[in-house]
Design a protein around this ligand. Sequence first.
Ligand SMILES: [Mn+2]
Length: 467
Amino acid sequence: MKQLLLFFALLISNSQIHSQENLPTDYLSKEFHKGRREAFRSLMPTNSVAVIFSYPERVFSKDINYNFHQNPDMYYLSGYKEPDAVLFVFKEAQGTEKYNEILFVREKNASREMWTGRRLGVDGGKSKLGITTVYNGKDFKDFAIDLKKFDKIIYDKIPTDIGNDKSGFDLYGLLETFKTKAGITNEDKTSIDLFTNITNSLREIKTPEEMDLMRKTVKLSCIAHNEVMKAVGPDMSENEADGIHAYIHRHYGAEGEGYPPIVGAGANGCILHYGENNSTKIDNQLLLMDVGSEYHGYSADVTRTIPANGKFTEEQKAIYQLVYEAQEEVFKICKPGTPIQNLTQKSKEVVAEGLIKLGIITDPKDVRIYYPHGCSHFLGLDVHDKGNYMGNLKENMILTVEPGIYIPANSKCDKKWWNIGVRIEDDIAITKDSYENLSVESPRKWQDVEKLATQKSTFNEMKFPKI
Ligand SMILES: [Mn+2]
């Protein structure tokens, strides 16, 4: 009997080890995060400390929270993915132990972990994240550190709309302790600006590890777009198209989406951040899909606009082609040294000229009526990633190129154009002297889109009971 128990005990412990081994192996390594802390530290002024908090948890429904999403700066600098934590990065080594970083984490708690999931705890923080100085959040209050002695405390905007579990060491408690220890009564704008400048300058340039994850997230998002192009038909709902994207993202190991998907047909495609995705029939309209996966923290951001019945009408095609040409013209100036602002400017010029030719506007300034957003943003851990938008393109930046034209009903133009909304969005990496289109796998030319739409998808074969 004793032997039998031992056998089961081993079986259990083996299976635990095994499940650890089965975790994805292509997450960012602890060496990556350590390197990012070192890069951050190198940009800090003398006698300073940087303080980075986890994001707050948010209520979805009564006692149920939304899936937690970590503050990308916290993840970038530590790899820690849990709430109620704070990271300190010191310019100079501190104390007799000569530590230059501290992470305060959520304490291990078997009964809480049974309800809400595993916690790394202090030991995990040390072994899995490679941070040498890790404590439980509850130890922050009595931790002997004089924050007032630093010439500069570097921190991001302090959130005010967060819950308080009255423990004193949830995020609310950690922030209160921080403000007390640092003597902060009002946020110091220069501290926030410095934090922003440092994180912008680091995160706008992708390391090789980040580049690998970006390639993967964009590629699998393109596969999803292509599958929907094949599967879609007039009888499909927006939500169902959205669901195909979601399924394929997860099939390839993505955690989910980098932002709420925008899947809008016809008039809904003219709503820039349409998120209801609940039109039950796409019919013979254009379907605008702005959907990108989040893969190990990194977001893709790809938009394709497709005719639900597989054929563009003349008007749809004219608008689509104009957006395509604007994108092509922007690609030509995507290389190191180009001011980032020029991308939007160039795309607006092309769209304005085309809309005048089509008789939709007469004054080029009116381009903003139908193309009201910018052409490009950085992409990475945040879908609208950090970076210096007033700077120039540099090697290893990743940005979107996403011109669009949206003509809602009752616009002041011939009504044959009404309810056409088109955006084409690709994700590009800036190379040494040019750019690489990471989303090249999903077709953009109208002829290629129509061609792919004639193919059948696995999803067309799926049959479910009627209810
Ligand atoms: Mn975008």
